[in-house]
Design a protein around this ligand. Sequence first.
Ligand SMILES: Nc1nc2c(c(=O)[nH]1)N[C@H]1C(S)=C(S)[C@@H](COP(=O)(O)OP(=O)(O)OC[C@H]3O[C@@H](n4cnc5c(=O)[nH]c(N)nc54)[C@H](O)[C@@H]3O)O[C@H]1N2
Ligand SMILES: Nc1nc2c(c(=O)[nH]1)N[C@H]1C(S)=C(S)[C@@H](COP(=O)(O)OP(=O)(O)OC[C@H]3O[C@@H](n4cnc5c(=O)[nH]c(N)nc54)[C@H](O)[C@@H]3O)O[C@H]1N2
Ligand code: SF4
Ligand SMILES: [Mo]
Length: 716
Amino acid sequence: MESTEISICRACTGGCPIAVTIEDGRAIKVEGDPNAPLFGGYSCRRGRVLPDILNNPGRLKHSMIRGADGSLRPAAAAELVEDIAQKLSKIIAKYGPNSVAVYAGAGGSGGAFGQLAASLGSSMYFTATTIDMPNMMIAPAFHGEWAGGRTHSSTWDVFVLIGTNPIVSKQYHAQNPGQKFKKMVRNGTKFIVIDPRRTETARRAHIHLQIIPGEDAVVLAGLVHLLIANDCLDHEFIAENAEGLEALAEAVRPFTPVYVAERAGITVEDLLEAARVIGEARSGDIALGVGPSMATRGNIAAYLSLCLQTLRGHWAREGAIATYPSVLVPRKEFKAQPLAPRPVKGFGRKLRVRGLEETVAGLPTGALPEEILMPGEGQIKALFMGGGAMVSFPQQRLVKQALDSLELCVVCDVEVSPTARVSTHVFATHMPLEMAAHTGSFEVIRFIHPGYGYEEPYANYTAAVVAPPPDAELISPFSAVFRIAKAMGISLLKYSGEPMDMDNEPTADELVEMSAAGSRIPLSEVKKYPGGHIFEEANEIVQRRDLDCVARLQLAAPEMMQELSDIREESIVSRRKTDAEFAYLLIPRRMPNTFNANFRHAPGPLSKPHNPAFLHPSELEKLGLIAGDLVEIRSRHGMIVGVVESDADLRAGVLSMQHSFGRVPGERTRPREDGANTNALLRMDDDYDPYSGMPRMGAVPVSIRRAPADCEDMIA
Ligand SMILES: Nc1nc2c(c(=O)[nH]1)N[C@H]1C(S)=C(S)[C@@H](COP(=O)(O)OP(=O)(O)OC[C@H]3O[C@@H](n4cnc5c(=O)[nH]c(N)nc54)[C@H](O)[C@@H]3O)O[C@H]1N2
Ligand SMILES: Nc1nc2c(c(=O)[nH]1)N[C@H]1C(S)=C(S)[C@@H](COP(=O)(O)OP(=O)(O)OC[C@H]3O[C@@H](n4cnc5c(=O)[nH]c(N)nc54)[C@H](O)[C@@H]3O)O[C@H]1N2
Ligand code: SF4
Ligand SMILES: [Mo]
């Protein structure tokens, strides 16, 4: 029996509406839903191979527990619950609730684990934000925010993209960005892309500034300088809403076109043209990706991009239709006025590591392994993980040492991933098409990253469309957490802080209902539109400013001005840290058909199972290499073996690789099959951001040479 169900792909942040062909209860085919709004029937290869991912032989069908002999063995979820509850009670009795920590990454179970930690009285909640783009929360705290929100993309004369490649990563304008960008260019929006690689997105650009990695702040300071020097300012907007213009003008004055172009490796002409286009644009927007935040100095880059928008007055004004309105989250008002800057830190938990503390971006995940390893009061003994720390955290060997030392290391997973392999308890959980879901989870991303989510009032819901394999015993992260709390005799707290009724475990459907509680459009309404719907009634008009509003956007936060002056005065050589030996700069990228550490066991989605080490063809020639050769990539902190690949779109001198591949240190590895983990090249305390603790993860100096033949099969 064959049938077709409309659902949502959750294999990346795109959330594409899909049509799933089901035969005998199993998904056999996935295509984009041609009838759904916004997406134009789009799906990528990764979404289309979801059936392979779901039905893959490496799929985890039973939970696992580490036995006395040190190996993982399959076990009933109930056995894990019982064992975890017992151990957790003992740990808390001995070391206190803050000895229990959570890492909420991109793996999906962080929310439930966070609920458990909060219910236990622990405040040790770490997220992926602080190894991603913490600058998207830190910079608005320094600058203040515009309560009217961003302007609509249909009005833009210019769209600046800095170290982000949405056509592949599906973040900004994730609903078929390729098609959307094409339309925008046709309508006259000029794209300016700042990226060391001529990306899929850069191919649509009017100007591509192919910079040396790590020089974003310098380029932005140069652009701000040119806008001020050429008087391309919205004086009326600035006078009413901002302060600090003179101090900013002073701070960016030394960033002359010649200095900026030379330092960033671009031409003065291109820089001037970029400034001209931005300076003449009546409306526009700036998008930041992981490029600048990974390369250090992410805060100042994000801060200057906000200043640039404020200088141009490129924010939504009174009477405009607001962008990113609430649909499956509670209603939000938009007002044509500033929200004042707020403290970046100094209000939350202090850690013992390197003076790091909680900031507006949360606790620094860069401190987590050291917090686990550092003896004494406050040491973390139990970790609940919603993500793939073993491959996604910098300084892989330190992470391994830390995870190995834990008394309790709990993950939810869908395969025996590198992280599962070092955990003490692994709950086997459902895969996307086996769970109900709605787009509220994509909508909320805008709270931690303005510009992500849905520009239009779009929402979609899907029921579970296939059952888990009949021979599997799966448990949802929430059920696992609920039952652990119950076995410990405590009440799990709702997000509101209220205790839950521990005698009645909510069903999966009740949980989905609860997750949309108080939403602008009731979930019951969204359910009426398979494939999703644009709820015009959720549109909001940007309201007039409050008469008593005195808040101002800050153009010259002292900390940021200090950083600008440091950048101008530092020695470029000692900053960049390249030399005759470490002559290349390693940068991050996302490849199509991947999503972080996910689904390495599934056949099909990747054209290559590894993450190639991309270099410009001239570099291959210089090094005497051809595509497919194995190379030793060394940083000052570690070594990996990669498979080299030619990429004519890259800037010379740059090595570009996707993260979160490879195996656990000590495991046997074949680099051509497993790929290599760039995180083995990093150190947590290398050039870390003083606020978020995020270490240098991009623009990392490395050396590259041919690998010896015995690297085909080696120990990671
Ligand atoms: N060097 C370097 N490191 C990086 C980055 C980089 O660019 N360079 N990027 C950073 C960024 S931006 C991020 S967000 C982090 C991401 O890193 P993490 O936050 O660790 O997230 P993922 O790698 O997505 O975690 C996926 C894990 O969850 C499991 N999983 C997959 N699907 C499911 C599911 O449906 N349910 C459950 N319960 N588990 C599932 C997977 O098997 C895997 O173990 O990595 C960061 N690390
Ligand atoms: N296919 C796929 N999609 C994904 C993911 C995935 O793993 N695979 N991961 C998801 C996650 S967790 C995130 S956070 C998002 C990230 O989404 P994006 O931020 O769009 O990430 P990337 O596509 O890696 O784009 C980063 C770009 O920065 C460039 N870059 C590197 N260093 C520098 C620099 O110093 N300066 C500048 N200006 N550019 C630089 C790179 O060449 C690259 O083109 O993607 C998400 N989407
Ligand atoms: S872009 Fe591909 S993987 Fe991402 S949601 Fe859409 S179909 Fe799924
Ligand atoms: Mo991320």
